[in-house]
Design a protein around this ligand. Sequence first.
Ligand code: CA2
Length: 147
Amino acid sequence: MKILLLNGPNLQLLGSREPGIYGSDTLAGIVCEVKNLAAELQCTIEDHQSNVEGELVSLIGSARLNGFDGIILNAAAYTHTSVALRDAISAVSLPVIEVHLSNTAARESFRHQSFIAPVCCGVIAGFGKDSYLLALRAMHALLNRNK
Ligand code: CA2
């Protein structure tokens, strides 16, 4: 089971600013925990962070060809703006789980809309770094169910 973990714009800042909203873990720390859980679940994770919308679109677009079985995606601010990411997810025919550290529904109204949620399998938001671990467990269960 090979899973692609994608993180969008500004998430490289995690741990350095706004700990009240996003927690004090760094992105590298979160990715390390996700990889440790993946090892327990006997999956492999490849991760990328990008501030560039088109790079995220390309990584999603080539995921199937690159042998991935599913995608865990924190699209960050592009969640609320990106038709291009939505179209890439629609086209890839792999399960995609949307994750957020914060509970976007409890924040500013512009964060209430997700362009990508309707084409994802599900959304996990509001649990800090545990959102990623829960997403991995959900992806693992989903892929086992579909075997
Ligand atoms: O809660 C999440 O995971 C978000 O995807 C984070 C995005 C935000 O635009 C989404 O609405 C919800 C922001 C990522 C930027 O991360 C920062 C981390 C530290 C300091 C500043 C920004």
